[in-house]
Design a protein around this ligand. Structure first.
Ligand SMILES: NC(=O)c1ccc[n+]([C@@H]2O[C@H](COP(=O)([O-])OP(=O)(O)OC[C@H]3O[C@@H](n4cnc5c(N)ncnc54)[C@H](O)[C@@H]3O)[C@@H](O)[C@H]2O)c1
Ligand SMILES: CC(C)CCC[C@@H](C)[C@H]1CC[C@H]2[C@@H]3[C@H](O)C=C4C[C@@H](O)CC[C@]4(C)[C@H]3CC[C@]12C
Length: 369
């Protein structure tokens, strides 16, 4: 915990505070926000690790709740100075219905905004996603673009559609009068693919590699760049922008920021190998054996099987036409907007981020090393 002479008087609420990113935001706030007096952690499923946080100088209040329930959200928001809304249903695999995704991501966000307005909370940070922009379904590359780069954002999939709608609601709410008469100040952060300790898909790839005798098979050309950002830096960006929303309301309010750091530009699989390689896995070159049309055929078959089996069981493999299109389309960002607007610099270097992630993979059960 950071010791500080600053007065602790602020109440923060983190929705989705027990998720992959949310846990890092919660821990980062406790370490790096010296003005914090109470931290409310709101989630559908509370993590047992919250208990160990309750012994420090900040009051940590765990709230089991559902963002789709307006009254639960309003009760959690009442009296908070800042809300970081990271709760969301992250599903591009067809596990949840489009209706459920919409309810959690769009209606849930509406509930958070209305709760701020009704209870007088003035500062709201929304965790958006790069998918609000793309990749689009036409496969257009977004090569090291920034927040102002023109791009034809065309969404069909429920997850990016819901994130785009929710982001729009948050940005439109900037300037609304909250209880007490002051204006609401909002902004949205758009992470690219987040990685780091706790990343479920990295875990899945690692275990798949172990099952395949320490091998993974390349499916995507190495030339396709996929944007990635370390979870600690994404968390840090949330903490920093939340702090600066008050001081720089005119500049930051209503803005969007991509989340970025020094992580290298690589293909999705080559990037994963930065961590999985040192943990004993190798990437086998099979691109000639698995051309794009064959992968697309498998992806379509998976989608068909998912649909056929739905009455009996949930079949939701990583490969489907949408995930294949995302993984196979260059989407990378290069920007300094967060640095210019609120002084963001990555807290973790690429070396730190890599070392921490490798340490986490190595600590997983069944390590190949
Ligand atoms: N993981 C990524 O690569 C990535 C990239 C860009 C943006 N994001 C965004 O970051 C946010 C966090 O994603 P994550 O990767 O940590 O996912 P996650 O699934 O690990 O975390 C989401 C959390 O939200 C909670 N939640 C879900 N439905 C809820 C509900 N109805 N009420 C209350 N809580 C609910 C979950 O229990 C979970 O703890 C999401 O909004 C996601 O869209 C994630
Ligand atoms: C073709 C297969 C072998 C590889 C499949 C990989 C696939 C599961 C990965 C590739 C890209 C990943 C997405 C990307 O990193 C960004 C995001 C944005 C975020 O808001 C939610 C997660 C998501 C969609 C990642 C999901 C997993 C993807 C599609």
């Amino acid at each position: 915990m950071a010791e500080s002479t600053e007065v602790r008087k602020l109440v923060y609420l983190v929705t989705g505070g027990c998720g992959f990113l949310g846990e890092h935001v919660v821990r980062m706030l406790l370490q790096r926000e010296p003005r914090l007096s109470e931290l409310r952690v709101f989630d559908l499923h509370l993590g047992p690790w919250l208990e160990e946080l309750k012994t420090g100088p900040v009051q940590v209040t765990a709230i089991q709740g559902d963002v789709t329930q307006a009254h639960e959200v309003a009760a959690a928001v009442a009296g908070a100075h800042v809300v970081i809304h990271a709760a969301g249903l992250v599903d591009v695999f067809g596990r949840a219905s489009p209706k459920t995704i919409h309810e959690v991501n769009v209606q849930g966000t509406k509930n958070v905004i209305e709760a701020c307005v009704q209870t007088g909370t003035r500062f709201l940070v929304y965790t958006s996603s790069m998918e609000v922009v793309g990749p689009n379904i036409k496969g257009h590359p977004f090569y090291r673009g920034n927040e102002d780069t023109p791009y034809e954002a065309v969404h069909k999939h429920p997850y990016p559609c819901s994130k785009a709608q929710a982001e729009r609601l948050v940005l439109e709410a900037n300037g609304r009068e909250v209880r007490g008469g002051l204006p609401l100040v909002t902004c949205a952060l758009r992470p690219t693919g987040i990685y780091g300790e706790g990343h479920q898909i990295m875990r899945d790839f690692y275990h798949q590699g172990l099952r395949l005798g320490g091998r993974l098979f390349r499916a995507i050309p190495a030339s396709v760049e996929h944007g990635r950002v370390y979870v600690g830096n994404v968390a840090w960006m949330h903490v920093l922008v939340a702090r600066e929303l008050e001081r720089r309301a005119a500049l930051v309010g209503g803005q969007v920021y991509f989340c970025y750091d020094e992580s290298p530009y690589k293909s999705y699989e080559d990037f994963n190998m930065e961590f999985l390689g040192p943990c004993g896995l190798r990437l086998v070159e099979t691109r000639l054996l698995a051309p794009y049309w064959l992968l697309m055929l498998l992806a379509v078959l998976n989608a068909l099987l998912q649909w056929l089996l739905r009455p009996l069981l949930l079949y939701a493999p990583l490969l489907n036409p949408y995930t294949l299109a995302v993984a196979n389309t260059t989407f990378t960002v290069s920007t300094d907007k967060a640095q210019r607007h609120f002084g963001y610099e990555p807290l973790f270097s690429w070396e730190d981020s890599r070392t921490r992630t490798i340490r986490w993979v190595r600590a997983m059960e069944g390590s190949a090393q």
